[in-house]
Design a protein around this ligand. Structure first.
Ligand code: AMP
Length: 236
């Protein structure tokens, strides 16, 4: 069975993970692969990789390319070996720099039946991102993220794992670290966006649109095999 890998790019907090997870829930055959979630699972399990990367992750720095690429390729192989392998991967958080972009491209070209699909860039500015993160909390049981305001309304009842909680703020969601993560995005990841733009491969979406509107645009884009990235799908 063939497999398409779609790349979701954007600064931390631009909503790419939220969209990937919504799409995966509603589109059979689609799965969400988040590099941050893969790495956080390693930390929780206290694996040698987890122990080695924990302090870098908590301070908002990127982990080394080899570690992240190995984790990603392992996860693709595992997914392909499943009894019902996915048709599409929504890749959230990789690549984060030009080297990772090139390595991913090379790996994909070497794998029969795997190809790159859509590349979508969720665009948002620094202030918006810092504001969003200050309200984000994570359920310790299911790792789902919540907005502080919606949590208060639910009286701490996580609607995925039904209230196990507790909720915490990720170390790397605190304002200083978020600013730093945004700067890292601008310095290291944005050149990749520029590269894909030059190649006319990237679809650009405003990450500030309402969540449902973004969902519809992303969903249409993923189902449209003809779409041309030069016809931008959102306000930029
Ligand atoms: P995220 O949940 O995608 O914001 O990722 C959280 C953290 O995981 C980042 O701040 C990095 O420390 C690490 N990380 C995730 N993806 C990558 C990547 N592709 N390259 C390097 N570090 C990564």
């Amino acid at each position: 069975m063939s497999l398409k890998i779609h790349i979701f790019l954007g600064p931390p907090g631009s909503g790419k993970g939220t969209q990937a997870s919504l799409i995966a829930k509603k589109h059979p055959g689609f799965v969400h692969v988040s590099s941050g979630n893969i790495l956080r699972a390693q930390i929780l399990k206290k694996t040698p990789v987890g122990i080695a990367i924990e302090s870098r992750m908590n301070s908002g720095e990127l982990v080394d390319d080899e570690t992240i690429l190995n984790c990603a390729f392992d996860s693709f192989r595992t997914l392909r070996q499943q009894e019902s392998p996915p048709s599409d991967i929504l890749l959230d958080g990789i690549p984060r720099n030009i080297f990772q972009g090139e390595s991913l491209q090379k790996w994909v070209s070497s794998q029969p039946g795997i190809s790159l699909g859509k590349i979508i860039y969720f665009q948002a500015g620094r202030n918006e991102i810092i504001h969003r993160f200050s309200d984000r909390r994570i359920c310790q049981t299911c790792q789902k993220s919540f907005d502080l305001k919606s949590l208060n309304k639910q009286k701490d009842d996580c609607n995925t794992c039904h209230g196990e909680g507790p909720y915490y703020q990720r170390e790397d969601d605190k304002p200083d670290i978020v600013g730093h993560r945004f700067d890292i995005f601008q310095e290291l990841t944005y050149p990749l966006v520029e590269f894909y733009k030059k190649e006319n491969q990237v679809h650009i979406l405003s990450a500030l649109l309402p969540i449902e509107e973004i969902y519809d645009k992303v969903s249409n884009l993923l189902q449209d095999n003809q779409s041309d990235p030069s016809a931008l799908v959102g306000d930029v």
